[in-house]
Design a protein around this ligand. Structure first.
Ligand SMILES: [Fe+2]
Length: 355
């Protein structure tokens, strides 16, 4: 199985994972053979990527760090929480806390967790999917920093709710294609204080959650907002959530910008370590990121094109690959698999959308 852009989906490919609407209804079941009418519908619905089983990815296994069920439930729970606040009801924290506890249990079960986030973000679900991803990434960083369960719960709940203030920002600004004017950006910035105000009211939440909502856009070098805090003036929880938030945002396609590849995102975080981010947190964070997840199409330094079949945890830049196209553009007659840890001359030079 592999995740591909809807633009690259061809008739006859098999849907690898069931597609759900943001309400949790099944849109299309896994296993269905894709027709051109379905592909057109994906585009109408703002779905940009899908999982497919095709000739080149048939036996590739994609493993998420949390189960599909837990991810799905968490997304519904954060959606319900934001909806209930939007309609003026009080926040029921229990479903959020339950989801966070499930994620912690699942993440603690795996030794050496390597993140390969298996998620699809359509426009209408972006904030919910993003909240769950930021939570998973923050928890993994917390685990890597030897947090106990209590601290993990605090940061997890705060991460899930970090963008809750966005319910007060007009959708046309949040989903505006193209860059924001200064005035619009000033409005977006307010989601931090709105989130703080909303969460502060809840007696079921500790102060960490409202604090994370308020300070997740502060920067280590003092250049962030809304308070311009710097370094350790920013609580460690917020410093972690801020790395997770930026990483997930830049590796996601949005209406106003195309995502960057995981390898580039990791480079960006390292480059920003000590400036925008706490370097120690970046170090703990990137240790658990799978740079070339299975199913990724890559270009090699000798001009061949390949697909990643499996990862080598100790050598993130050197996964096991299968050659799909040789230098002359020919498809090999027999599948050739290469473990890049055993071949010193071959390197991955780029990630490509498809072959
Ligand atoms: Fe935010």
């Amino acid at each position: 199985m592999r995740k591909i852009l809807v633009d690259k989906v061809k008739e006859g490919m098999v849907l690898g994972r069931t597609l759900y609407s943001s309400e949790g209804n099944v849109l299309l079941n896994a296993g269905i053979i894709l027709k051109s009418s379905y592909i057109a519908k994906f585009k109408d619905l703002g779905i940009r990527e899908v999982y497919v089983e095709d000739e080149i990815s048939r036996d590739i296994v994609l493993k998420d760090v949390i189960t599909e069920e837990t991810r799905f439930e968490a997304r519904v729970n954060i959606k319900n929480a934001m909806d209930s606040i939007r309609y003026g009801n009080s926040l029921d924290v229990k479903p959020i806390r339950d989801s966070v506890c499930k994620m912690i249990d699942e993440l603690m079960d795996v030794k050496d967790t390597m993140v390969n986030l298996q998620d699809l973000k359509s426009n209408d679900q972006y904030t919910f999917s993003h909240s769950v991803n930021v939570c998973v990434l923050s928890l993994i960083t917390g685990i890597s920093m030897k947090y106990d369960e209590e601290k993990l719960k605090e940061i997890g709940i705060g991460a899930m709710l970090h963008d809750v203030g966005k319910i007060k920002i007009p959708q046309e600004i949040l989903n505006k294609p193209g860059s924001l004017t200064k005035k619009e950006f000033d409005i977006v910035k307010k989601h931090t204080s709105y989130g703080y105000e909303l969460l502060k009211k809840s007696k079921m939440l500790s102060t960490y959650a409202s604090y994370i909502a308020l300070t997740h856009h502060e920067r280590f070098d003092g250049e962030g907002y809304p308070l311009g805090l710097r370094g350790e003036e920013i609580h460690e929880f917020a410093r972690i959530v801020s790395v997770a938030d930026v990483y997930d945002a830049i590796t996601s396609d949005r209406i106003y910008k195309k995502r960057i590849n995981i390898n580039e995102a990791v480079e960006y975080l390292i480059g920003m370590g000590g400036h925008q981010f706490d370097y120690n947190i970046v170090r703990n964070f990137i240790e658990h990121i799978t740079i070339y997840p299975p199913g990724t199409c890559v270009l090699l330094n000798n001009g061949e094109k390949a697909i990643v079949v499996d990862v080598n945890k100790k050598y993130p830049n050197r996964p096991i690959i299968r050659i799909l196209m040789d230098k002359e553009g020919q498809i090999p007659k027999e599948p050739v698999e290469i473990d890049l840890t055993k071949n010193n001359t071959l390197l991955i030079s780029d990630i490509i959308d498809d072959i």
